[in-house]
Design a protein around this ligand. Structure first.
Ligand code: S3P
Length: 429
């Protein structure tokens, strides 16, 4: 566990960066390519703790995955080619690895046990266990099969039509992955649209998916094609520097190759609504995902209200949006975001606690928070709560603080953005 000290001197951010690969797409690329028969190439793959948890899990299940730099070469044995792992699979801190794997393992012909670190062991799993059990899955584990470790005994599954109680791409994906093996047509109905990387990648790899408004359907499949996947830069990682450049006067940065899937890009709309000077240039498509370069210039921000369908489109960025709101004129309101309480940590409580230490006026609600913007932050000793996105959000706030901010347990940034602190140093000149 190591700490970081950031001296808040408000030096402008200047330059050009290409953030690391998208975490959601990296997980899915290894899982789906491991199910293809033949060799796939994943370029610009995210080399981080979470993505490597998926690589290790798929290796344990029989796929051959070689990682060279940021390229992953995946040799899959086909849709029915997974094998029983020799030991318990440790998913580390990664909720996506765990929840998607529970779906994928439910219809296999063998038994697997999944576990994770203390943060992951505290996270709810019934949201995937419930629909999968309705399909015929046999899953047992702690706290009435809600917490890791969970044991999944493979079984023949039957299709269901399932209305998600909350918008969740992880739950949707777990059901779709199980649905590839289930007898009949599986349907997922979403209350509001969540990230659709699974659907896009399945389509790209030749698997038929039907989408009709809020319904997604998949049938039993016999194969997934191998392919070449280029992973865009993660907008969730870019978000820290977008906010950093907006709040520090005199900044101008270019962020390249960013995935701007409309179900992920809520932060762009929110920050534009707050008066942020953001421009997307060079828009193009890679393997069914839209990408672009983002030019960000420092701006005078004002408050906004964030709720409803915008929440799933910006769920992982809300901690750093709270930092932007801390420097915006007026009172920003975030609501309908109860899901933030069950992320890597309770992100509503963590951000309220830490920003308050820096002198921001925050009110915490069950499903969100209100934040009154200010012009200057104090120095303080802050905790990361063991959560990568809390650590990075505090680091960005610290850039405009008066004084020094120490972040305890800051090395958890390696979950999604190894090298994050070095990028700050490069841009801050
Ligand atoms: C993810 C979905 C989201 C997100 C998480 C990654 C994914 O979680 O918060 O970081 O890759 O599917 P939920 O499905 O719980 O909303």
């Amino acid at each position: 566990m190591s700490n970081r000290i950031i001296k808040g001197n408000s030096s402008p951010l200047k330059g050009e960066i290409t953030p690391p690969g998208d975490k959601s797409i990296s997980h899915r690329s290894l899982m789906l390519c491991s199910l293809a028969k033949g060799t796939s190439l994943v370029r610009d793959f995210l080399i981080s703790d979470d993505a490597l948890s998926t690589a290790n899990a798929m290796r344990a299940l029989g796929a051959k995955i070689e990682i060279k730099g940021t390229q992953a070469i995946v040799k899959g044995n086909g849709i029915n080619g997974l094998k029983k792992p020799e030991k318990i699979i440790d998913c580390g801190n990664s909720g996506t690895t765990t929840r998607l794997l529970i779906g994928l393992l439910s219809p296999q012909q063998f038994t697997t046990t999944l576990t994770g670190d203390k943060y992951l062991q505290a996270r709810p799993m019934r949201r995937v266990v419930d629909p999968l059990t309705q399909m015929g899955a046999k899953i047992t584990g702690n706290e009435d099969s809600n917490k890791l470790p969970l044991t999944i005994t493979g079984n023949n599954l039957k299709a269901i039509s399932y209305k998600l109680p909350v918008a969740s791409a992880q739950v949707k994906s777990a059901i779709l992955l199980a649905g590839m093996y289930a007898e009949g047509e599986t349907e997922v109905i979403e209350p509001s649209a969540s990230r659709d990387h699974t659907e896009r990648m399945l389509t790209y790899l030749g698997v038929p998916i039907t989408k009709n408004r809020n319904s997604i359907k998949i049938n039993t499949i016999s194969q997934i094609n191998p392919g070449e996947i280029v992973v865009p830069s993660d907008i969730s990682s870019a978000a820290f520097f977008i906010v950093g450049a907006l709040i520090i006067p005199g900044s101008e940065i270019l962020i390249k190759n960013v995935g701007i899937n409309p179900l992920r890009a809520g932060i762009i709309d929110i920050l534009k609504n707050m008066g942020g000077d953001l421009e997307i240039i060079n828009q193009r498509d890679v393997n069914g995902e839209p990408i672009g370069d983002i030019v960000v210039r420092s701006s005078n921000l004002h408050s906004t209200e964030i709720c409803g369908d915008l929440i799933p489109k910006t769920i992982d960025e809300l901690p750093v949006v709270a930092v932007a709101a801390s420097f915006a004129e007026g009172k920003t309101l975030i609501k309908d975001a109860k899901e933030l309480r069950v992320k890597e940590t309770d992100r509503i409580h963590a951000m309220s606690t830490e920003l308050r230490k820096l002198g921001v006026q925050i009110e915490e609600f069950e499903d969100g928070m209100s934040i009154i913007g200010t012009n200057s932050l104090n120095g303080a000793v802050c905790s990361s709560w063991g959560d990568h996105r809390i650590a990075m959000s505090i680091a960005i706030a610290a850039l405009r603080a008066k004084g020094e901010i120490e972040i305890i347990d800051a090395d958890c940034v390696s979950v999604s953005y190894p090298g994050f602190f070095e990028v700050i140093d490069e841009l801050r000149q």
